[in-house]
Design a protein around this ligand. Structure first.
Ligand code: DHE
Length: 522
């Protein structure tokens, strides 16, 4: 009898030890917090403040109903890195996760002027910088290549295609880096809020500042004086002096009724001397002029009284353009008279005339266009724009005068980026999603048809092209840890060189970017 008791006790103790270690567990985990740690925190951050994925706090989820959040967890979200979890989690677990992410955190995350200023570091002062480049290269034909696989940046000679320098960046750079008007300095923004300034002459980071906890992107003013960063957390725009990255202003984002919003993205509109801001949670588009006239005007405060900040009087006026939808992805025409904005929820492009500050047309776009990567060119004096679609395998071609869709070019799957150059007869459009993600289509810009399809590394995602200064070469990324940057002759479409890289994402040519060249992103 005693033996039986001893054995039973031993068995129970061992079972409970195993349970504690998580081994003998047969019941699936149903604690939302634990599920979050297991499945979500790598991308969305330990405290739900965001990382590679967005922050998951009630304020950031205000536009997403819990039932829709369950769908996102089950099926993933198109055009993002968010995969579906329906084969890993049962419905009870998904509901527990949703309950958890809609709970307010015990400590509300703060990132105010104090935290921002405390993060500011000047690593090299301006007077220590060399007057000339410290190496031989055409400084206007350099490429800045973001390697998202191991969070590095490579500076590439655009004539020899030899890497000049490689350095560690902050975690998950997102959006295109922006350049000073003379192309000497590059500014990067990371999803976790860091803005860095890099000197291409001396190949070093000169200053850094953390402007937010979850940042979207940044824009540089055409006069070279300012940078503006757009944040998801907190709901702010942060204006920086581009010389040393010190804070010039913090603009909490509220609509005219006082409703707070995340800032989806900020863009520069060089001929208008203004920043244009896309807002995620309110039906407004903002234009913020930074010229002297704008500075002398009284700012119509977007700041609610209780939000007043310990900053000198803010320099700029905010022009609010009311819109009928949430617009968070923008295309601009060549002279920045119009923007086309889309939202995830609708199937129309909204054309806003910026001087008039109102919508002038709707474009039926059923495939969820990725307008931010749209480009424009002329066909027999007719200006057209082209945009990939992230839910449908088509490239939409739109007449920029009539705002009519004139053609839909079928592709082998939904795409993310399209690129060209004034000197190239072709536009390069990737197939980013689905079984054909290895493919890139070459489109004849006059005939509006695909003339060739490349698949440089079978099975691996090929995407995002940037041309050299003169348009002779096209550089394509293979987004894989054992990926590559592939250089093509843009005329013969033959491969010229292949450089192994760690998941290279975007690449940016100094000339094309500083000249807001036709065919590339601005
Ligand atoms: Fe991006 C640019 C928004 C997901 C890679 N992306 C942009 C811009 C916006 C944007 C508004 C233009 C800003 C700029 O360049 O300053 N991106 C979004 C999203 O809302 C979306 C769909 C969801 C998200 O999680 O943010 C999204 N983007 C991605 C990715 O998953 C990509 C493919 C991988 C990554 O690095 O996160 C990605 N986005 C890029 C790149 C650019 C970009 C490489 C710059 C393109 C360029 O050529 O300028």
């Amino acid at each position: 009898m005693n033996k039986i008791v001893v054995f039973a006790t031993y068995f129970l103790v061992t079972l409970s030890q195993l349970n504690n270690l998580g081994y003998a567990q047969t019941k699936p985990v149903t604690d939302g917090r634990v599920l979050y740690q297991q499945h979500c925190q790598t991308c969305h951050g330990k405290s739900r403040l965001g990382g590679h994925g967005p922050a998951l706090l009630p304020g950031n989820l205000s536009r997403l109903k819990p039932a829709a959040a369950e769908n996102v967890i089950n099926d993933g979200r198109p055009a993002t890195q968010m995969p579906g979890f329906s084969s890993v989690l049962n419905q009870q677990q998904v509901t527990a996760l949703v309950d958890f992410i809609y709970q307010s955190p015990t400590k509300v995350p703060q990132w105010t002027l104090t935290e921002i200023n405390n993060s500011h570091r000047i690593l090299v002062s301006t007077h220590q910088l060399p007057k000339q480049p410290t190496y031989q290269a055409d400084m206007m034909n350099l490429f800045v290549v973001v390697e998202s696989g191991d969070h590095h940046v490579t500076i590439l000679d655009g004539d020899t295609f030899k890497p000049i320098h490689r350095f560690k960046s902050h975690y998950a750079l997102h959006g295109g880096p922006k350049f000073s008007p003379n192309g000497r300095f590059v500014y990067f923004a990371s999803r976790d809020g860091w803005v860095s300034k890099f000197d291409l002459y001396s190949l070093q980071i000169t200053a850094e500042i953390r402007v937010g906890l979850n940042t979207r992107n940044l824009a540089a003013s055409a006069d070279g004086h300012y940078l503006m960063a757009a944040n998801y957390l907190p709901n702010t725009l942060v204006l920086l002096n581009s010389q040393d990255l010190s804070v010039a202003d913090i603009i909490p984002v509220y609509d005219s009724h006082g409703k707070s919003s995340r800032a989806s993205a900020v863009y520069t509109a060089p001929p208008r001397n203004s920043f244009i801001v896309a807002l995620k949670d309110v039906k407004e588009v903002w234009e913020i002029p930074y010229n002297q006239q704008g500075a002398n005007q009284l700012r119509q405060l977007s700041v609610l009284p209780e939000q007043s900040l310990l900053l000198p009087p803010p320099p700029f006026t905010i022009k609010r353009i009311p819109v009928t939808d949430y617009l968070d992805d923008f295309f601009f025409d060549a002279n920045y008279q119009h923007l086309v904005g889309s939202s995830r929820e609708t199937h129309t492009g909204n054309v806003i005339q910026l001087d008039q500050g109102k919508k002038i047309a709707s474009i039926p776009l059923a495939g969820l266009p990725h307008l931010g990567s749209g480009i424009y060119w002329d066909i027999n004096n007719q200006s057209v724009m082209a945009t990939p679609n992230i839910q449908k395998g088509i490239i939409s071609i739109i007449d920029i005068n009539t705002w009519q869709v004139i053609k839909e070019i079928p592709t082998e799957g939904p795409g993310f980026f399209i690129r060209s150059h004034k000197n190239s007869p072709y536009a390069w459009a990737d197939v980013f999603f689905g079984p054909n993600k290895e493919k890139v289509h070459i489109i004849d810009k006059q005939q509006l048809k695909i003339i060739k399809t490349l698949a440089p590394m079978p099975g691996k995602n090929a995407a995002h092209v940037e041309f050299s200064k003169d348009g002779r070469y096209a550089l394509l990324s293979v987004w894989d840890m054992d990926g590559a940057l592939i250089i093509y002759d843009a005329k013969t479409l033959k491969e010229v060189k292949r450089l192994p890289m760690k998941k290279p994402s975007g690449k940016y040519n100094v000339y094309n970017k500083t000249h807001y060249a036709e065919g590339t992103s601005h």
